[in-house]
Ligand binder design. Structure first.
Ligand code: GCO
Ligand code: MG
Length: 408
């Protein structure tokens, strides 16, 4: 069996999804997602220029060797661009393998450990009142877990994860007015004064059952993060995400010594080498890698297995930048993983998105139910794809009030 061709598409409704379609001489094809938010053309080009020409002629069933070939064969390896590109190939090869087996992917991983996988939605408010409305909205939709992000009084700009005008279901993270980013101002002191109390008010209002998550988005220094984590202990968060910049892993050791708040990290990690020490030293509670930027199903399964040895549960990244293909790959991992925790899930599935990526994966009562179709269980409509093209966008850039550049 041979790979005969592979095509790369960029575009989608309100997003620049990077979709890989790998064709074989037996008519079976596989799909992968290489979307790297706001840098989408780069994994696409890496695939087209370097990986696809080396893929043609190979036996698609040898997914392990092909992964090793592209990973070790690069010499200048890792990084989000290369790993997103390799990740898309790996997803497509598992899709082919599972289709050949006539089974949904989860069966090849070891079958189901649960029927539905718990997901969390993003609640957002420019103030506490707006945030409370947003949480109520998701609770009414049946969600059992919500991430809560709030505008901070007196902060010159809105802050991470806060939509304009309290809009629900809008992909507000990317600004599609161009590649020159807008600038936001961050004030740690105001955040530290406001947010712990706001979280406590939310807990009091919604009671003990609702699972609450909060994303600091890398903005605190280690000592500040420890103070924040201690302050929010009475809230009983499901997790506190990215309290400090992900590069300095010692920060998490410091945090652990001061607080028992569950810590989630990893959405910017690209390989097991970015998180093996954090996992082995049991400094985190949830690992947030994505099958895209962490290089596909093959390496992410290894991370999940390592995490299982150390009581670390999964909480895969599921920001709106992921296409339904990688979300499907993660859905299969989620129903299988013995150490599954939660899945980030953005309710941005629109009719247009479903038309481009038809599937029977479903969401009900705050859980994701995986399709029993062979493979990843998601298709890609090439004719529909012709409606879309690359649309340049950017993340904001963040500065402190005195102009110092900060972490987005
Ligand atoms: C999350 C993330 C995202 C990122 C986004 C960047 O927890 O979902 O922090 O919102 O900001 O993926 O492109
Ligand atoms: Mg995050």
């Amino acid at each position: 069996m041979k790979i005969t061709d592979a095509k790369v598409f960029i575009g989608g409704p309100g997003k620049n999804y990077v979709t890989l379609k790998v064709m074989t001489d037996q008519g079976v094809y596989g799909l992968g997602d290489a979307t790297l938010n706001n840098r989408e053309t780069l994994p696409a080009q890496y695939l087209k220029d370097y990986l696809v020409p080396n893929l043609i002629g190979r036996d698609p069933r040898n997914s392990e060797d092909i992964w090793q070939y592209f990973y070790k064969g690069a010499y200048f390896r890792r990084g989000p661009i290369a790993m997103a590109a390799i990740g898309a190939i790996d997803m497509a090869l598992w899709d082919i393998k599972a289709k050949l087996a006539g089974m949904p992917l989860y069966q090849l991983l070891g079958g189901k450990s649960r029927d539905g996988a718990l997901v969390y939605a993003h609640a957002t408010g420019s103030d506490l009142e707006g945030l409370i409305d947003s949480i109520s909205y998701y609770q009414e939709q049946g969600y059992q877990a919500v991430r809560v992000q709030c505008g901070i009084p007196g902060m010159p700009t809105k802050g991470y994860g806060v939509a304009d005008n309290n809009q629900q279901n809008t992909p507000f993270i990317t600004d599609f007015s161009g590649i020159i980013p807008k600038e936001e101002i961050w004030d740690t002191a105001r955040y530290m004064r406001f947010m712990p109390e706001a979280l406590m008010k939310i807990r009091e209002k919604f009671g003990p059952e609702l699972k609450l998550l909060h994303d600091v988005h890398h903005r605190l220094l280690p000592r500040e993060a420890a103070e924040f984590a201690k302050a929010v202990e009475p809230v009983s968060l499901f997790w506190l995400e990215d309290p400090t910049p992900a590069e300095d892993q010692n920060a998490l050791k410091f945090l652990r010594q001061h607080s028992t708040v569950p810590i989630a990290i990893g959405e910017v990690f690209n390989s097991i080498w970015d998180c093996n020490r954090l996992i082995e030293n049991e400094l985190i509670d949830f690992i947030r890698v994505a099958v895209t930027y962490a290089g596909g199903i093959t390496p992410v399964k290894r991370i999940v297995d390592l995490a299982a040895l150390h009581h670390v549960r999964t909480g895969f990244h599921g920001a709106p930048s992921h296409s339904p293909i990688s979300m499907a790959a993660q859905a299969h991992l989620n129903v299988w993983a013995p150490n599954f925790g939660i899945q980030e899930y953005l309710t941005l599935g629109t009719e247009a998105c479903d038309a481009l990526f038809p599937s029977n994966h479903g969401l009900s009562q705050g859980k994701m139910f995986v399709s029993d179709q062979p493979g990843l269980g998601v298709d890609f409509d090439e004719r529909e794809a012709q409606k879309y093209q690359y649309n340049p966008g950017s993340h904001p850039v963040v500065r402190l009030e005195d102009g110092t550049l900060w972490n987005y």
